[in-house]
Design a protein around this ligand. Structure first.
Ligand code: 3EB
Length: 330
């Protein structure tokens, strides 16, 4: 059993049934001290008085652990963990590697060795957040530095670097260390790709020396339940960004991509899942675009869409919006 909720309400204590959470807020509340609450430095746009909390719950009988720089919690079926590494926390062994690349490499190496040791080898979903994601430093955009370290760690850890890879998102936060959260299971999930898009792990080199590593969605079976995690989805067709500078068209293209991913998920798993079934987080680069994005989503998904909106940088400088989500499928 897994429950994923996106709420303004947040209880400071980690309840017995919580695996962990992501806390989207400009400042971390002093009371929210648990390291299993991954703090993402992002402002909520739709309700500025509240922070947004994406909470993962499971059956109780959780156990807590710490491994290197990581904190994690698990039950019989699922393990959730959080690692936050500052660029300079990691010694740069490879002189050619930037500090962010080294941090990404170290974080992913630690994650995979924990998951191997604990017997949760199948990651359903990664959440990746880093400051200044579009800044060029050390001769390369920081997102591309991150991709170098991530891919190298997958390869060094014996993980597939194409095909059945986890769902993910990667966004730019206003501040804070490289923060990675992950949810892993003891049995494999089904990776979903999007027929309208080239798989991210096959992107050509113009997007950086090493490809991003994620699938467009993952579907996990947990007992009698099926859970879908939709990766960050943007206005990309083939491998190209479409509609630069047009927020309405980028939002509509992102929805067309989500619809295609859900169709592929239905085809591959037989599960029924429609656009209106998901809970969404919508990342918007420019706060003033909130209403335009909302209008398109209301038109295309429906006025009762379950969505929260936060301000974030997107991993390509020409992308203005990215949408991710999840659904418990029956
Ligand atoms: C894209 O489709 C948009 O690097 O983990 C979406 C989801 C994106 C995950 C990642 C990047 C990532 O390429 C960007």
């Amino acid at each position: 059993m897994l429950n994923v909720s996106y709420g303004p309400l947040f209880s400071d204590t980690l309840h017995d049934d919580m695996l962990g959470a992501l806390l989207f807020a400009t400042a971390r509340p002093a009371s929210a001290a648990s390291p299993l609450l991954a703090h993402v430095h992002m402002a909520r746009l739709d309700d500025q008085q509240s922070l947004l909390c994406e909470t993962l719950r499971g059956e109780s009988t959780m156990r807590d652990g710490q491994f290197g720089d990581m904190h994690y919690r698990f039950n019989d079926h699922l393990l959730f963990g959080v690692i936050a590494l500052k660029d300079n926390d990691t010694a740069v062994e490879d002189n050619a590697a930037s500090p962010l690349q080294a941090a990404a490499h170290a974080a992913y190496r630690q994650i995979f060795s924990l998951l191997h040791a604990q017997g949760f080898p199948y990651v359903l979903r990664f959440w990746n957040y880093m400051a200044a994601i579009n800044a060029d430093t050390h001769g390369l955009e920081r997102y591309r530095q991150f991709n170098l370290g991530r891919q190298q760690a997958f390869a060094d850890s014996g993980q597939a670097i194409a095909g059945n890879v986890p769902a993910a998102c990667a966004l730019g936060a206003a501040d804070g260390p490289l923060t990675i959260a992950f949810l892993a299971a003891r049995s494999p999930s089904v990776a979903i790709e999007n027929p309208r898009q080239i798989s991210a792990y096959d992107y050509p080199e113009q997007y950086g020396p090493r490809s991003p590593l994620f699938s467009r969605a993952s579907v996990a079976t947990l007992g009698t339940q099926r859970v879908l995690f939709l990766s960050g989805t943007a206005s990309i067709v083939g491998h190209e960004t479409l509609h630069a500078d047009d927020i309405a068209a980028q939002t509509a293209e992102s929805v067309a991509n989500i619809a295609a991913v859900l169709a592929e998920a239905r085809r591959k798993t037989g599960a029924s899942c429609q656009l209106a079934d998901l809970d969404y987080i919508v990342y918007i680069r420019h706060a003033e675009h909130l209403q335009a994005v909302r209008n398109i989503l209301h038109q295309q998904i429906g006025p009762d869409i379950k969505a929260a909106f936060v301000q974030a940088d997107i991993c390509r400088a020409d992308l203005l919006v990215e949408i991710e989500g999840s659904a418990i499928l029956s």
